[in-house]
Write a protein that binds this ligand. Sequence first.
Ligand code: COA
Ligand code: ZN
Length: 324
Amino acid sequence: MTSIGQRLCIQEVSARDGFQMETQAVPTDKKIAYLNRLSETGLSKIEVTSFASPASIPTLADAESVIKGLLRVPGVIYTALVPNLRGCERALATTIDEINLVISASESHNLANLRMTCEQSLVQLASIARRAQSAVQVSASISTAFGCPFEGTIEVARVMDLVGRFADMGIDQVALCDTTGVANPAQVEHLFAEVRSRWPGKQFTAHFHNTRGMGLANVLAALRVGITRFDASLGGLGGCPFAPGATGNICTEDLVHMLQAMGLETGVDLSRLLLIAADLPSLVGHDVPGQVVKAGVSTRRYPFSGAVDRTPPQSITSLTRGLQ
Ligand code: COA
Ligand code: ZN
């Protein structure tokens, strides 16, 4: 089990996994202001955009302008998703710190998402790794690692094979992604234990979606086998437009709130995060799934005068009251 005192890394993905799923693009200047606020919260890494084809992901077509507008905070790693060689060239022309390569564990989702077979993707990803490694950090994400909406079960051996292929490319940071929220805690514990025992030196990230309410339970399962890096999305935005039934990632502020309540160290300022989360519905134009911003933190206390006040919380100030 990940121990108390061990620093956990929270990697914010709402500006990529979240905004890619929105029907209306968040205006570029608002994205930049949002990311600059997030940079001040103690997050370890922020995925700021994606260098996907604008035809596939129109809401992230402004990737270059977003990166140009970032006020970088030292210690924060700024990363962007790269699906192909053209995306790599675009990324390398910016000041991004890291590129995050993507492939699916399942053939059908890779075809739907990237319009390539897995082998075609691997050929491109290997040349991207060769091309990019001297300029930027390179990480990789394996989508549908816990199950595929088209094919169902994904064998552990398939994920191990892909992690091995990334190892051959010299990539030591790999995220295992539950793209459509089908993973359960027993499965999570098993898969992460397998990859960690085979590659003890690699940094594995857990990337969960909360589509079936198992997201935070899956975090606990990953913690039990020593995982210390978690992708999460403010407000619980997120989802892959090319995976039927996909919905939001685990919610960053709910995750940080849980970890903090358990006495685990994330380095993230929960009060600041909640203030940004409170503004998120107006930024994206709809309600979001995050729960702590609605309920207030677990240490919140109400005045007791003999009768229970049933009026809903009025302001974000009252929601964060109770935080140390
Ligand atoms: N950025 C910008 N333009 C790109 C591009 C990229 N990364 N990749 C391809 N293009 C352009 C090509 O230059 C070409 O332009 P042209 O018609 O003017 O010549 C056109 O798009 C088609 O190129 P092609 O290589 O045939 O790409 P494609 O249409 O088969 O798309 C991907 C392949 C991988 C780029 C696309 O499927 C994609 O962006 N997928 C990402 C999906 C995603 O991000 N999902 C969520 C995250 S898991
Ligand atoms: Zn995702």
